[in-house]
Design a protein around this ligand. Structure first.
Ligand code: ADP
Ligand code: MG
Length: 273
């Protein structure tokens, strides 16, 4: 195999090599392979010093472009996803959430459930980590390459007019989070918007839904038991339901601070919970 000329280190030994090098950079620029173009000198140097084969050098150059492209796509998916917090599954504390099965979350983190349009319901009182898990799962979905979008029931409820375009939008993402159903009772029009979103995604794409109300009181939340029953039929048909209960994580931190403060001021030592 002919050794690859390395313009940068050794300098092009002939004018022909210099113009070949310029042509190659020109090709990369024309093809918009900017990261490959930028790393061309370094790869050519490496090819020379490490004695890489032509195949190995080309692979190394294009791998740089592929990695950069994938990083850009991931950044784009994450931007589109509009996640409200930096929460990740990695920083979820399972010891603080005894009801949550780590193995189940690990399985869900692979995104395989999205292939069967399975929904995830996270039910529990305020502060137990529902939104944290929903954001973490959504982030994992985006990282696994799925189109992901985060919204809240209140945002859905605020949509007025432009139903056709809006409904088309909510049909798009493979993974759609609808956070905080039940904090506010939904007006009839909003309940019907939610029902339509669930219906059009049914058996096609997944929803991750969080609620502080057990499904038994969704009739109240949606202001209509028939709509609630029809919605739950579709949502639960293929679903994973996680019931989170136990102490609020927010209050837990608050209590711990309070106890630490008391211990510090009274001299008694109390175990932090
Ligand atoms: P919910 O949506 O159930 O009301 P959040 O997910 O918003 O609760 O949790 C409240 C706060 O506590 C957030 O900052 C969240 O990151 C944190 N939190 C809750 N549970 C956990 C946990 N098990 N591990 C780490 N952080 C948690
Ligand atoms: Mg929440």
């Amino acid at each position: 195999m002919t050794p690859i000329e390395s313009a940068p280190i050794n300098g092009p030994s002939t004018p022909g090599q210099a113009s070949l090098y310029q042509q190659l950079r020109g090709h990369l620029a024309t093809l918009k392979l900017h990261d490959a173009a930028e790393h061309l000198p370094a790869v050519l140097d490496a090819a020379h010093t490490e004695g890489l084969s032509l195949t190995a050098a080309l692979e190394r150059l294009l791998a740089i472009e592929v990695d950069a492209t994938e990083a850009r796509r991931l950044a784009g998916r994450l931007r589109f996803a509009s996640l409200p917090t930096p929460a990740t599954l990695a920083d979820f504390d399972y010891d603080a959430a005894p009801g949550v099965d780590r193995h189940l979350i690990d399985e869900l983190a692979t995104g395989r459930y999205l292939e069967s349009a399975t929904n995830i319901l996270l039910i529990g009182p305020p502060g137990v980590g529902k939104t944290h898990l929903a954001v973490g799962l959504a982030r994992a979905a985006a990282q696994a390459g799925y189109r992901t979008y985060f919204t809240t029931a209140a945002d859905l409820a605020a949509i007025e007019g432009r139903w056709a375009t809006t409904m088309r939008f909510f049909a798009g993402p493979t993974c759609l989070v609808i956070d905080e159903l039940g904090y506010l009772p939904l007006p009839a029009e909003a309940a019907s918007a939610l029902f339509q979103v669930v219906s059009q995604r049914y058996l096609k794409t997944s929803i991750i839904l969080t609620s502080n109300r057990g499904v038994g009181s969704w009739g109240e939340v949606l202001g209509d038991t028939t709509v609630a029953a029809a919605l739950l039929d579709r949502l639960l048909h293929r679903s994973v339901v996680l019931n989170l209960d136990g102490d609020s994580y927010r209050l837990r931190a608050h209590h711990a601070r309070g106890e630490a403060l008391r211990a510090a001021t009274t001299g008694t030592r109390q175990p932090l919970r």
